[in-house]
Design a protein around this ligand. Structure first.
Ligand code: ATP
Ligand code: MG
Length: 250
């Protein structure tokens, strides 16, 4: 579904990605881990085309998106939903306007049709009857879910989640994790989830990859993570949580 081949990305003399290779088959939920600043958000932005690589190729379903012109890109972008690290909602708009915004901009659907689609998406993220609220009236977990409803507005084939549970309490975290898993099952999407939270990683992942020093240093199933002797991965996991390895393999 997504192939990243020898991708390089620098900002000035800050070399972030240094020949990163990653292949994400259709239907997989890949969790991407790595130290703060290692390039996880950059990787997601490259996949959505919000950034271009300096070198290398990014393929989405047999289309090389790293070479597309902006106008052709809009077509692809609908097929990829992104939940941003900050949720990135418009504060002045209601929940309904936030979720339906891109539908209004990029389709010829009537107001009524958009309202119906928005209600359907809000139902999928367990936020019925919140259409008229403003972001300031929502809890952090609700804001994430509005962001997620907006990310799935176009029925994307791929959903990218940038730290979907960071800053949420453990119960809300667990709700978001369940939602990620449910959406994966209901919508049959391919997902990429960036997270520092080991419990989340083991709960949602079919595969777990780790970025270190600009490359993928590990990519395997949660089970393989438990068995690996990979020193960097091991250090990362034991530094984050003592329980993650034993308890959450599924
Ligand atoms: N638009 C940009 N301009 C300049 N530097 C950038 C830009 N975007 C990212 N960077 C740099 O690239 C590096 C990777 O950033 P990125 O946001 O991908 O980190 P991350 O792995 O998502 O970290 P975190 O876990 O803290 O979110 C950082 O050093 C960051 O400062
Ligand atoms: Mg980030």
């Amino acid at each position: 579904m997504i192939s990243i081949k020898n991708v390089w990305k620098s900002f000035g003399d800050n070399e972030v990605l240094k020949g990163l290779d990653l292949h994400i088959p259709r239907g997989e939920t890949l969790v991407v881990m790595g130290r703060s600043g290692c390039g996880k958000s950059v990787l997601l932005k490259l996949i959505t085309g919000l950034m271009k690589p300096d070198k290398g190729e990014i393929w989405f379903d047999n289309i090389e998106i790293s070479k597309l012109k902006l106008k052709d890109f809009n077509q692809i972008r609908r097929r990829i939903g992104m939940l941003f690290q900050s949720s990135a909602l418009f504060d002045s708009m209601t929940v309904e306007e936030n979720v339906g915004f891109m539908l209004g901009q990029h389709t010829k659907l009537s107001k009524r049709e958009i309202q119906e689609l928005v209600a359907e998406k809000l139902n999928l993220v367990d936020l019925d009857d919140t259409q008229h609220l403003k972001p300031a009236e929502l809890s952090g977990g609700m804001r994430k879910r509005v962001g997620l409803a907006r990310a799935i507005a176009f029925n994307p084939e791929v959903i990218l989640y940038d730290e979907p549970t960071t800053g949420l309490d453990p119960i809300t975290c667990a709700e978001i994790n369940k939602l990620i898993r449910n959406l994966h099952q209901k919508l049959k999407v391919t997902s990429v989830v960036v997270t520092h939270d080991m419990d989340s990683a083991f709960f949602v992942a079919t595969h777990i990859a780790m970025i270190h020093d600009g490359r993928i240093v590990f990519n395997g199933t949660p089970n393989e993570v438990g068995k690996t002797g990979h020193p960097i991965l091991h250090q990362f996991i034991s530094g984050s949580s003592n329980s993650a390895l034993g308890v959450h393999n599924r």
